[in-house]
Design a protein around this ligand. Structure first.
Ligand code: UT7
Length: 342
């Protein structure tokens, strides 16, 4: 990532493989109509979601992550032993400890890797990608496995219609590797990133109990505090404003404008958020990926799922300028600019 550092000794890195996994069980809007006072029309109009994938009981984040990880490693032409570093962006680790990265490392038998979980909620993938890219760019590591994975159904209150319609489960994995030299086009690969946090937004989207502040107790369970709580409108407004802001800042740093972007791949929290942000950026619909209708908000997994769907549809090709953006609980804000290379 030479653009960011100004240092000539950093090497250019790229996403060398991309794979995703969602559990087979589908939860439709019609299913939710039987569980809470909601209806398909409201959900589709207000969110764009039609269905989401949900795990069976006993299936954890590391199980979804493993499937995506092994597929990505294979696609890159590597074996698990080639992986130096595993970063798992997740809000729903299998357990508070050990980390999901440790569980994934064991499940895929990545014998040489170290790794850790990264907590940035819906920005888990963009933050993890940036962290891994830095590690590979410095030469500290050769191949990093970056995973965005969540089992949101494990922390969703299926009695709360304001949140239960929004989320789904899934995983996405990429391999971050150095560009092979000589690089035919010096512009390919991960170009730059921009990230922010704003802790004042904490109460707007959180899980109130289960951590050191309010450990699990009979009261926290009775008060349903181990579930996602959200002030939807506050998050909505912040997400639209910040998505535009961070994207413009990142592009301007490189003398680019939204008109230069071939594909805008935003976190998928609400169709209206993506469309409003895209409209502010004056990005036409054919440059915007929206697949929230089939997955809902899978938190750490939305961006790789959207990238993979775009690739399968022939909308993502080598040489394309791809702008990823995310806003999540915290608040966390992120954008990563990539000249797609595979
Ligand atoms: O990944 C980052 C995390 N999350 C987000 O980015 C989400 C951001 N926020 C949103 O996407 C939207 O705010 C929501 C989809 C959560 C809600 O949409 P909204 O247009 O902001 O609706 P609202 O909260 O203002 O609620 C409007 C009405 C209310 O009824 P009254 O008070 O007007 O009678 C709600 O009770 O819609 C009602 N409502 C529902 N009705 C049917 C809320 N949830 C539902 C539902 N079905 N599932």
């Amino acid at each position: 990532m030479p653009d960011r550092s100004g240092s000539a000794c950093l090497r250019r890195v790229h996403i060398a493989a991309l794979a995703t996994y969602v559990p087979p069980r589908v939860l439709t809007n019609a299913d939710l109509e039987k569980m809470v006072d909601t209806n398909d029309e409201w959900i589709v109009q207000r969110t764009g979601i039609r269905e989401r994938h949900i795990v069976e009981r006993g299936v954890a984040t590391s199980d979804l992550a493993k499937e995506a990880a092994l597929a990505a490693i294979c696609q890159a032409g590597l074996t698990p032993d080639d992986i130096d570093l595993i970063i798992v962006g997740t809000t729903t680790p299998d357990t508070i400890f050990p980390s999901t990265a440790c569980r994934v490392q064991h499940k895929i038998a990545a014998s040489r890797a170290w790794g850790f979980d990264l907590g940035a909620a819906c920005s888990g993938f963009t933050y993890s990608l940036t962290a891994a890219a830095q590690m590979v760019a410095t030469g500290a590591h050769r191949h990093a496995l970056v995973i965005g994975a969540d089992v949101m159904s494990s922390i969703i209150d299926y009695q709360d219609r304001a949140t239960c319609v929004l989320f789904g489960d899934g995983a996405g994995a990429v391999i971050v590797s150095p560009m092979n030299a000589p690089v035919p086009d010096g512009e390919l690969g991960i170009i730059d990133f921009a990230h922010e946090i704003d802790g004042s937004g904490g109460p707007a989207l959180c899980m109130p109990a289960g951590g050191s502040l309010r450990p699990a107790s009979r009261e926290t369970v009775d008060e349903r505090l181990h579930f996602v709580k959200q002030d939807g409108q506050a998050v909505f407004k912040f997400a639209v404003r910040k998505t535009e802001e961070i994207c413009r800042r990142l592009l301007e740093r490189h003398g680019l404008t939204p008109a230069d972007v071939d594909l805008f791949v935003s976190h998928q929290a609400n169709r209206r958020i993506i469309e409003s942000a895209a409209s502010r950026l004056e990005l036409p619909a054919d440059r915007v990926v929206i697949n929230i209708d089939r997955y809902g908000n899978t938190t750490g997994a939305t961006i790789p799922l959207a990238l993979n769907d775009a690739r399968a549809a022939g909308r993502l090709n080598a040489g394309d300028l791809v702008l990823m953006a995310s806003v999540g609980a915290g608040f966390t804000v992120g954008a990563v600019l990539v000249r797609w290379s595979i």
